[in-house]
Design a protein around this ligand. Structure first.
Ligand SMILES: CC(C)(COP(=O)(O)OP(=O)(O)OC[C@H]1O[C@@H](n2cnc3c(N)ncnc32)[C@H](O)[C@@H]1OP(=O)(O)O)[C@@H](O)C(=O)NCCC(=O)NCCS
Length: 334
């Protein structure tokens, strides 16, 4: 008789069981950042919708932010840290090449020996993580998965950079994904376009920093107009694909939470997806800034906390950014 390998199988459906958020505690105004880039409060508000951004103190690490959001998400999910089988940390601002930040977070919150790994998918990191968590749960590889998007963007800003630094904030958002009796996470539509890798980038590599220390600490830059066009005109197509794949239309959803990159991009999404006025839209960027992988869970958590969205609502979420990479899915809010 031939030996038949066993494969794991899991529950039919998964969903987000709880969310948690942590924002930088310092409010940084447009006037605070405008001087070195010859900008103004008026220009920044008009072109980006940002009024303030939230940043952390120098001694707060991205792991601290991740831990705070994770503990809140676990409490909201009504489970214990011991019940988490995998921790996924999406971040591009953790200082260590190895070990993964996720393992530290797992240890700090008491989730050991959960599997732990980091995802580098920039502003799409949270949506990448939710797609992974959904697959891990439904395959039976993990029962409960903790997904964290955490960034301390202020560690990679150049106050004299006009292209991206003034947009950025610090924060973390987390979700616990677990088994469900009903469908709670629609198919993830995701992808990449590495031919545009240079459009959002670190100024120079760690290797260049080692051989040319005069270059100084690397920071971020972007080709704003190129990224804007890609985000505003190609990403709505991806968002529509996520709706189609989930078997719903723009009229069926209650909430829309795109990555918080620019208020004008958010408005383009609304127009192109023909979202009805009844859909509540995440606009957390106005006072939190762009927090990369943290922006979607931060904006979603806020809508729930403020009562603008409620448990059971259908929410379309889409992350997009450096890579270039993107991921979108429709989720049922916890
Ligand atoms: C960065 C961004 C806000 C710049 O806005 P923009 O409207 O594209 O600005 P432009 O580059 O077209 O420049 C327009 C004018 O503003 C000026 N300008 C550019 N940046 C400026 C700044 N930070 N402050 C003041 N003026 C600025 C330019 O010099 C230009 O002036 P000119 O008309 O006299 O030549 C915008 O391109 C953007 O949000 N891009 C996408 C960001 C994104 O989605 N990222 C996703 C991944 S995180």
């Amino acid at each position: 008789m031939t030996l038949q390998l066993k494969q794991s199988t899991g529950p039919e459906f998964s969903r987000i069981l709880g969310l948690g958020a942590a924002r930088g505690t310092n409010v940084v105004t447009n006037d605070d950042v405008a001087g070195p880039i010859d900008s103004s409060d008026e220009w920044i508000q008009q072109r980006t919708g940002i009024i303030t951004r939230r940043r952390s103190d120098a001694d707060v690490t991205v792991i601290d932010l991740a831990e705070e959001a994770a503990l809140k998400a676990i409490a909201a999910a009504g489970i214990t840290a011991q019940e988490i089988d995998a921790v996924i940390l999406s971040t591009v601002t953790y200082f260590h090449q190895t070990p993964a930040g996720a393992a530290l977070v797992a240890d700090r919150i008491g989730a050991t020996p959960a599997a732990a790994f980091d995802i580098s998918a920039a502003c799409a990191g949270y949506s990448y993580g939710i797609g992974q968590a959904d697959a891990l749960v439904r395959s039976g590889t993990a029962r409960n998965v903790l997904v964290i998007g955490a960034e301390k963007m202020s560690d990679f800003i150049d106050p004299t950079d006009r292209s991206i630094s003034f947009l950025l904030g610090d924060g973390a958002g987390a979700a616990v994904v677990g088994p469900s009796d009903t469908p709670g996470i629609g198919p993830t539509i995701w992808g990449s376009d590495g031919s545009k890798a240079q459009t959002i980038r670190q100024t120079h590599s760690w290797q260049e920093l080692r051989t040319q220390p005069e270059l100084g600490w690397p920071t971020l830059r972007q080709e704003g107009q190129t990224v804007f066009k890609w985000a505003a005109f190609q990403m709505p197509v991806v968002a529509q694909q996520a709706l189609d794949a989930a078997g719903v239309t723009a009229d069926d959803i209650q909430v829309f939470v795109p990555h918080q990159a620019n208020m004008r991009i958010i408005d383009q999404f609304i127009k192109q997806l023909k979202l009805p006025d009844t859909v509540v839209v995440g606009r957390d960027i106005a006072d939190t800034g762009n927090t990369s992988a943290a922006s979607i869970p931060l904006a979603t958590d806020r809508l729930l906390a403020e009562g603008q969205a409620k448990s059971g609502d259908l929410s379309l979420q889409i992350g997009f950014g450096a890579g270039l990479v993107y991921a979108a899915q429709v989720v049922v809010l916890p």
